[in-house]
Ligand binder design. Structure first.
Ligand SMILES: Cc1cc2nc3c(=O)[nH]c(=O)nc-3n(C[C@H](O)[C@H](O)[C@H](O)COP(=O)(O)O)c2cc1C
Length: 346
């Protein structure tokens, strides 16, 4: 079956990485608005979805009309496929991606994520089954093996099995987040397959992105750099589209502009959480802390935000009450951000 490709890889698209507790529908929408060409949901547990867990559905939904990918995490071709067929029918994502890289102990214990890489015959078998059973293009997100040749062989097997593209977090599962991402290994994968290869790992600045582009990969996926900073996509694109050279030192006006923009983004985020009734699912306090990253007075703002309402008090509340409590908290957080913004203007 020929499946429509939804990304123009000639434009070197920038993708938001799937991130649990981060890439909820409101955050994805904001990233689309700020220039992300494609976004992924948080990983959705196949068993959770099949058991009717409403949280799984809430994670997978999308409220704008932009193409996006749903990521599934599961232990076997059968359970992943059953969940994928259901999610395809209910939510119609542009892509269904399989998590073959998560190294967290809980996920490995459930024989999911990077566990799937232990037997090289399993990942292509999963992709083959999904390709046969879905109308939606299927992609895989993998990590590296220690030996690059082995990763190249895996990538080829995924291509043969019908993967529309692969995203590679350029570290081994055992590395977690330590060490530097090995882009060279991803470049070798790219040289050996004909499907698009998305490079992921350690792209934080326009300079990083420029270097990443030199690998010849087709798209570039940003994870941690976008947490609390959805404007990174706009910033990267601006930097790429002109002779713009980011100076090593920011002047006062640049700091102020960054701060102002971050407050606007946070307010927009809160508006989207409210609009789509997502406050009950999002720990607004941690998200707010992330939005202060790299700003002047960041440490003081974090301390002040931390001292606001305690999340532990929410334990006995229902969803509606939690949402109301977080809505109030979001207003208090905006006050804190604006107070410090005024300080830097003086
Ligand atoms: C908070 C957090 C949650 C993550 N959740 C997922 C996930 O659900 N699925 C997945 O494939 N990878 C997940 N990852 C890994 C990222 O998608 C990405 O591969 C990794 O952060 C490396 O990219 P970066 O250097 O741009 O952050 C997560 C990473 C972080 C920091």
């Amino acid at each position: 079956m020929t499946k429509r490709m939804i990304l123009d890889f000639s434009k070197r698209p920038l993708l938001l990485a799937p991130m649990a507790d981060v890439t909820n529908p409101a955050f994805r929408m904001l990233c689309h608005e700020k220039g992300a060409d494609f976004t992924f949901t948080e990983m959705i547990n196949a068993a959770g979805f099949l058991n009717g867990d409403s949280f799984a559905m809430d994670r997978g939904i999308s409220y704008d009309q932009k193409p996006y990918g749903i990521q599934i995490v599961g232990p076997s071709a059968d359970s992943i496929c059953e969940a994928a067929v259901g999610l395809e029918e209910k939510l119609r994502p542009a892509v269904i991606d399989i998590n073959m890289g998560c190294p967290s102990p809980k996920i490995l214990k459930d024989k999911c994520g990077a566990y799937l890489l232990n037997d090289t015959s399993v990942p292509p078998a999963i992709i083959a089954k999904l390709s046969e059973n879905l109308k939606t293009p299927v992609t895989a997100k993998i990590r590296l093996y220690r030996e690059t040749e082995r990763t190249v062989a895996l990538a080829k097997s995924l291509e043969d099995a019908g993967a529309a593209w692969i995203s590679v977090h350029a570290r081994t599962a055992a590395q977690g987040y330590s060490g530097k991402a090995n882009w060279n290994a991803v470049e070798q994968i790219k040289e050996n397959v004909s499907i698009p290869v998305i490079l992921n790992g350690d792209i934080f600045t326009p300079q990083d992105l420029k270097q990443a582009i030199e690998t010849g990969c087709d798209g570039f996926m940003i994870g941690r750099g976008a947490i609390g900073n959805p404007g990174i996509f706009e910033h990267m694109k601006k930097a790429l589209s002109s002779d713009f050279e980011e100076s090593e030192t920011k002047d006062e006006a640049a700091f102020q502009e960054e701060f102002r923009q971050r407050i606007l983004d946070f307010k927009r985020y809160c508006f989207l959480l409210e609009t789509y009734n997502l406050y009950a699912h999002v720990n607004i306090k941690s998200h707010a802390q992330w939005f202060t990253k790299g700003l002047q007075h960041s440490k003081d703002m974090r301390l002040e935000i931390a001292s606001l309402q305690k999340e532990t008090r929410l334990r006995h509340l229902n969803d509606e009450e939690i949402a109301e409590s977080r809505r109030v908290l979001a207003g208090q957080i905006v006050d804190v951000l604006e107070k410090y913004f005024e300080k830097i203007g003086k």
